[in-house]
Design a binder for this molecule. Structure first.
Ligand code: GDP
Ligand code: MG
Length: 171
């Protein structure tokens, strides 16, 4: 029985092609599409998770390529509860971009938003960014850290569960 219902808005941030749409698709539909370029991202996808007695209705905001121009605008962040800051472990430049998105979030996003740094594509062999680099950045900024593979589904459920359990209730 679920006695409580909570609505959470989660926003995905990160450079183009790091796997934001793939993470959202894996979580909401348990699908992986090697050609997500063809998927025009909706402004958000929804999915419910039940944890204990609480049902979480999640709205997951995914940018549909606008991140290329870094013009997501304040609407994107408005009233968001959590952010997933994604980088691709096989492309070094995406780590720096992820940090830039974090700066943008601090400027335009809500205060005290819950943030998970997400090292995606850990299924790949040619990893360029050691796990410790991501962990250090997260720790230094008081953020959570997780390694994921949208392709294989690794830690995708856990990523969203962590968010549900960690976002404090609004009073
Ligand atoms: P976005 O631009 O950040 O939304 O990235 P996409 O979700 O469109 O993914 C970009 C490319 O990376 C696509 O070809 C995906 O299939 C691929 N991709 C996404 N996640 C993973 C992953 O975990 N592992 C691997 N190997 N490829 C991935
Ligand atoms: Mg996308």
């Amino acid at each position: 029985m679920t006695n409580f219902v909570r609505e959470l808005k989660i926003v995905l941030l990160g450079h183009v092609a790091v796997g934001k749409t793939s993470i959202a698709l894996r979580f909401t539909e348990d699908k992986f599409d090697p050609n997500t370029e063809s998927t025009i991202g909706a402004s958000f996808l929804t999915k419910s998770l039940v944890i204990g007695e609480t049902k979480y209705n999640l709205k997951i905001w995914d940018s549909a390529g606008q991140e290329r121009y870094r013009s997501l605008g304040t609407m994107y962040y408005k009233d968001s509860d959590a952010t997933i800051l994604v980088y691709d472990v096989s492309v070094r430049s995406t780590f720096k971009k992820m940090k830039e998105w974090y700066e943008e979030l601090k400027k335009f996003g809500p205060e005290n938003i819950f943030v998970v740094v997400c090292a995606n594509k850990i299924d790949l062999e040619n990893q360029q960014i050691p796990k410790s680099k991501g962990e250090d950045f997260a720790k230094h900024n008081g953020l959570e850290f997780m390694e994921t593979s949208a392709k294989e589904g690794t830690n995708i459920q856990d990523l969203f569960k962590l968010i549900c359990k960690s976002v404090p209730e609004k009073v």
